[in-house]
Design a protein. Sequence first.
Length: 74
Amino acid sequence: MAVQYDKLFHMLIDRKISNIELTRMAGFSGNIMTRLKRNQYIALDSVEKICRVLDCGVDDILEFTSEENANGDH
């Protein structure tokens, strides 16, 4: 299983929140944002911070996909 954060970035666009603003609001480092952009693992406490700041659930910001889909293979 792989994780994708496309839903998060769509939500940020819809709410007109920049990546830098989210980083500041959630109180995490720029490294976390880099990991999100690369669809890499982030700790659950960081996921929780994002959900609290955006007032949403985990399923609103991420989805699990097969490794094949994450790599663009079909």
